[in-house]
Ligand binder design. Structure first.
Ligand code: GLU
Length: 383
C-alpha cells in the first residue's frame, strides 16, 4: 500500500507530483512513476524501479515532462516483483485509460481471464493492470461517461483500492475511487490536488475532502464533484487539517509505533486477502494444495525479533481455530538445534524484509528436510 498523488491546474504537473511523492517516501516503496498530459496530447508516462531520485533524474526534476494534469505513484509491490514494467501508472493498450492504484484486487485472476477472452493482453504481473483494462472494457462497452465505466468496473472488483484514473477523451480531468484505502482531495486557487495521504498536499492546502468508501470523485481545475455507485452526484463537506507536517506523517498519532499499532487490523486483513479466492483461503497460489494442507499436523513458526513476537500471537490464534499443534521458534536457535522435523509439518517463516539471515537459513534447512514452507514477508521479490 503505497503512495498516490494527482494534480490538475494551471501549473506544470510533474514537479508537483514528484514533490508530493517525496512527501510520501517515509512509507517505503520499491518503484515510482508518473503520467502527465499536456492538453489533449498523448500522455507521457515515465517509470523507474528504485528510488524517486532515479525518476527525478530521468525527468530533470519533472521539468522535462510538460503538462498541467497528471498522476503519480510510489509502489509497494503485492502482485509481481518490483520492476519498471510492474511500476505504475498502467494503461490500456491504446492509452485510453491510465491509472495508479494502491491496494489489492482479490479477484484479479478471474477478471484477467475474462479480459483475455475479450482480447486483452497484459504486459505486467500486477492486479492493477487488470483493473485498468476492466475500466477500459466497460468504458468502450457502454459508451458512457468515465463515472459510468468506473462504477461498472468497481462493482466487479473485490478487494481494497485507491485509484486515480485519467481518460483520453477527458483531458484535464482526474477520476478517483476508493475502498478501504485512503484518499484525500484538496482544492485551492483554481487547482486541484489528490493524494493517498495528507503530507503530500499539505504544502498547498489544509482544506480537504475525504472520499468515502465506494465513492467516486471527478477533479477538474479548481473543482471537484463526488458521485455514488449509482452515478448520482453527492455533496461532501470540506474539512480542515489542523496537523503540522510532522504530525500528518503519523496520521495525527503521537508516534509511528502508535500509528502502526492502530494499523494492525488493516495489515492483517490485507495479508489474509492475498490468499483469499472466492471467499475461501487457498494456498494454491503459493504452491500448497488443499491436500498438502490437510496432511499437516505440526506447525513451526520461525522468525526473529518482532516477527517472532507476531509468531507468538499467531500461535494462539492457530491453536484456537484448528486442531494443529504449533511451536514458535527463534530462527537463530532453530537452525542449530538437532530437531526431528516430521515431514507432515509446515514451517511458517515470518520476516519483514524477507532477507533475515537466520530466518533464511532456517527456511533452507526445512526445505532440505522436505518440510513444507510458507513465507510471510513485506517485500515481494525478496529471497
Ligand atoms: N497491488 C498493486 C501492485 O502490486 C499496488 C501495490 C501498492 O499499493 O503499491 O502493483
Amino acid at each position: 500500500m503505497c503512495g498516490i498523488v494527482g494534480f490538475t491546474g494551471n501549473n506544470e504537473a510533474a514537479p508537483i507530483l514528484l514533490d508530493g511523492l517525496s512527501k510520501l517516501e517515509y512509507r517505503g516503496y520499491d518503484s515510482a512513476g508518473i503520467a502527465v498530459r499536456n492538453g489533449d496530447a498523448e500522455p507521457e508516462i515515465v517509470k523507474a524501479k528504485g528510488k524517486l531520485k532515479v525518476l527525478k533524474e530521468m525527468t530533470n526534476d519533472g521539468k522535462a515532462v510538460k503538462g498541467a494534469c497528471g498522476i503519480g505513484h510510489t509502489r509497494w509491490a503485492t502482485h509481481g516483483e518490483p520492476s519498471t514494467v510492474n511500476a505504475h501508472p498502467h494503461c490500456s493498450d491504446d492509452e485510453n485509460v491510465i491509472a495508479v492504484h494502491n491496494g489489492i484486487i482479490e479477484n484479479y485472476q478471474e477478471l484477467r481471464e475474462k479480459l483475455i477472452k475479450k482480447g486483452y493482453t497484459f504486459k505486467s504481473e500486477t492486479d492493477t493492470e487488470v483493473a485498468v483494462k476492466l475500466i477500459d472494457y466497460y468504458y468502450k462497452k457502454y459508451l458512457g461517461t468515465p463515472v459510468d465505466a468506473l462504477n461498472h468496473a468497481l462493482v466487479r472488483i473485490r478487494g481494497s483500492y485507491a485509484l486515480a484514473v485519467m481518460f483520453k477523451d477527458y483531458p484535464g480531468e482526474i477520476y478517483a475511487a476508493r475502498k478501504d484505502s485512503p484518499m484525500i482531495i484538496g482544492v485551492t486557487g483554481g487547482e486541484s490536488y489528490l493524494a493517498s495521504d495528507v503530507p503530500a498536499i499539505l504544502k498547498y492546502t489544509r482544506n480537504v475532502y475525504y472520499i468515502g468508501n465506494m465513492e467516486l470523485a471527478k477533479l477538474t481545475k479548481g473543482a471537484v464533484a463526488f458521485y455514488n455507485l449509482d452515478g448520482e452526484e453527492i455533496q461532501k463537506e470540506m474539512k480542515t487539517i489542523e496537523w503540522d507536517a510532522e504530525a500528518a506523517e503519523k496520521s495525527g498519532y503521537e508516534h509511528f509505533m502508535l500509528k502502526e499499532i492502530h494499523e494492525q487490523p488493516k495489515v492483517i486483513k490485507d495479508t489474509i486477502n492475498s490468499v483469499l479466492a472466492d471467499g475461501n483461503i487457498s494456498f494454491e497460489s503459493v504452491g500448497l494444495s488443499d491436500e498438502d494442507m490437510k496432511n499437516i499436523q505440526q506447525v513451526y513458526i520461525v522468525a526473529c525479533g518482532s516477527a517472532y513476537h507476531v509468531g507468538m500471537v499467531a500461535q494462539y490464534v492457530i491453536e484456537e481455530l484448528t486442531s494443529l499443534s504449533v511451536r514458535v521458534e527463534l530462527a537463530s536457535e532453530f537452525r542449530y538445534r538437532q530437531m526431528k522435523l516430521a515431514k507432515n509439518s509446515l514451517a511458517i517463516i515470518i520476516s519483514q524484509s524477507g532477507e533475515t539471515a537466520d530466518s533464511l537459513a532456517a527456511l533452507r534447512l526445512c526445505k532440505e528436510k522436505g518440510v513444507k514452507t510458507l513465507g510471510i514477508v513485506n517485500v515481494v521479490g525478496s529471497s
